[in-house]
Design a protein around this ligand. Structure first.
Ligand SMILES: [Zn+2]
Length: 104
């Protein structure tokens, strides 16, 4: 599905935040004559996860969803999480409290 927005734009608008946001619509805002209308927060974005958001504009009625597009050169956060979890698990084994001497 092709929409007028992409994930990069959403990320720029929200700055990495999660939740529901009302922002100036980058699709229909620029064609407004007055600055007030250009900046009017008519676009509602629901960012449900790091890589996914849905949106709907009350003025141009553009709606849809955007997803982060994985690029090969990028370092996806999910991979880092998996590596981090694996490291934590191996640490946990080393510092197993049941192995600790009673005197410590
Ligand atoms: Zn709009």
């Amino acid at each position: 599905m092709k929409t007028g927005l992409d994930f990069q734009i959403v990320e720029q608008l929200l700055g990495g935040k999660f939740g529901t946001f009302d922002v100036a619509c980058p699709l229909c805002g620029p064609e407004r004559r007055s600055h007030v209308n250009q900046e009017r927060r008519v676009l509602r974005i629901w960012r449900t996860s790091e890589d996914f958001a849905t949106f709907r504009c009350a003025r141009c009625e553009e709606e849809g969803f955007v997803r982060r597009e994985r690029v090969g050169a990028e370092n996806p956060p999910t991979t880092n999480k998996i590596i981090g979890a694996a490291r934590r698990n191996s640490k946990k084994e080393v510092h197993d409290p049941s192995r600790r001497p009673a005197t410590s």
